[in-house]
Design a protein around this ligand. Structure first.
Ligand code: NAD
Ligand code: UDP
Ligand code: UDP
Length: 326
């Protein structure tokens, strides 16, 4: 019989995606066994190709809107398309993934008595009227717009996580993730960092939406994953059982306008691309910056990678990726 004490067996849904594949690398590195579940909607086998055949790694092609019966000690629920063009491609499936997916993964956590981490999002704050955003802010979200399938899906998933916690004492870890970037982003998923880098490398125009003065705060992927692992390792103290101190914001609080981001990308790539201005998409938040006081206090966590350094690593990745496509 298998000796379960040797190391924890961890389920990562959305494990073939950008964040999931980095998380899996870190889990494998520290000795965990990993079950990666993904339907490969936006994820890619190339993100996990280096792990195929690894004795600590197992891949299951599965859609989490359907029940899943596996035996694991911990669950990280990351499955969900994350970029606007991907999650708006099939909005009903996006809501199903967040809501039915959460129910199935929480049912799994309940049967196993396993702690479960939820990749929630800063989008639960919508177009925020409070700045920077603290976890206590309830948000300003349009329930019927083109972004709602994602925003409201993630909000409903949070509701389910907290109700499973209150009703069944499930050990939950809900992280509200702010914009994150790094190697293994999709070259054509429409997110701003990948768009600007790919455009700069190809010598195409840099597309700024609106006046380019809207802000975002960008966290490098390695910093974020460190936050995930610290959050999961946080001991559920007895006094926290009834009033768990989540959700927790994870992101980099240094805020940039999209024009500033474009300028940095142009400088680091040495590209001659021009900036052009295009219409702002519907419901596009004007500003976003995490208040990470809670993460600093509870997890002793804050990002350490400066935007310029993280962009260099991401540009290197895209340079190689674009060469292999040629
Ligand atoms: P991604 O698109 O690269 O990864 C998502 C993965 O989930 C993909 O591999 C996809 O194939 C898989 N997936 C989608 N629907 C599924 C389903 N029904 N069943 C099984 N697998 C499914 O996106 P990412 O950037 O790695 O995001 C991962 C998680 O983090 C998402 O839940 C996202 O909402 C959240 N998040 C990401 C960011 C960010 O900046 N990257 C910010 C906030 C929240
Ligand atoms: N579920 C799952 N894997 C499990 C246990 C449950 O996918 O190991 C699913 C199950 O299909 C159910 C959902 O999780 O629809 C919610 O489970 P819960 O126990 O809360 O609800 P119930 O089974 O009572 O409807
Ligand atoms: N954006 C832009 N040009 C692009 C892609 C995005 O100016 O080519 C803007 C977009 O309108 C938004 C910001 O960059 O204001 C961040 O967009 P992204 O889709 O990366 O993330 P989100 O809007 O989900 O935070």
């Amino acid at each position: 019989m298998r000796d379960y004490s040797e190391s924890k067996r961890v389920l990562v849904t959305g494990g073939a995606g950008f964040l999931g594949s980095h998380l899996i690398d870190r889990l494998i590195e520290r000795g965990n066994e990993v079950v990666c579940v993904d339907n490969l909607f936006t994820g890619s086998k190339s993100n996990i190709a280096h792990l195929i055949g690894h004795p600590q790694f197992e891949f299951l092609r599965h859609d989490i809107t359907f029940p899943l019966y596996v035996e694991v000690d911990e669950i990280f629920n990351l499955a969900c398309p994350a970029s606007p063009i991907h999650y708006q491609h099939d909005p009903v499936q996006t809501t199903k993934t967040s809501v039915h997916g959460a129910i199935n993964m929480l049912g799994l956590a309940k049967r196993l008595g396993a702690p479960i981490f939820q990749a929630s999002t800063s989008e639960v704050y919508g177009d925020p009227s409070v700045h920077p955003q603290q976890e206590s802010y309830w948000g300003n979200v349009n329930p019927i717009g083109p972004r709602s399938c994602y925003d409201e899906g993630k909000r409903c998933a949070e509701t389910l996580f907290f109700d499973y916690h209150r009703q069944y004492q499930i050990d939950i870890r809900v992280a509200r993730i702010f914009n994150t970037y790094g190697p293994r982003m999709h070259p054509n998923d429409g997110r701003v960092v990948s768009n600007f880098i790919v455009q700069a490398l190809k010598g195409e125009d840099i597309t700024l939406y609106g006046d380019g003065l809207q802000t975002r705060s960008f966290c490098y992927v390695d910093d974020l994953i460190d936050g995930f692992l610290r959050f999961m390792a946080l001991a559920p103290k007895a006094e926290q059982t009834l009033s768990f101190p989540g959700p927790i914001n994870l992101g980099n609080p240094v805020e940039f306008t999209m024009v500033q981001l474009a300028e940095q990308v142009l400088e680091l790539t040495g590209s001659k691309s021009k900036m052009i201005f295009q219409p702002l998409p519907a419901d596009d938040p004007k500003q976003r910056q995490p208040d990470i006081t809670l993460a600093k206090t509870l997890l002793d966590w804050e990002p350490s990678m400066a935007l310029g350094e993280g962009l260099k690593k991401t540009i290197d990745y895209f340079e190689t990726k674009l060469q292999t496509f040629r």
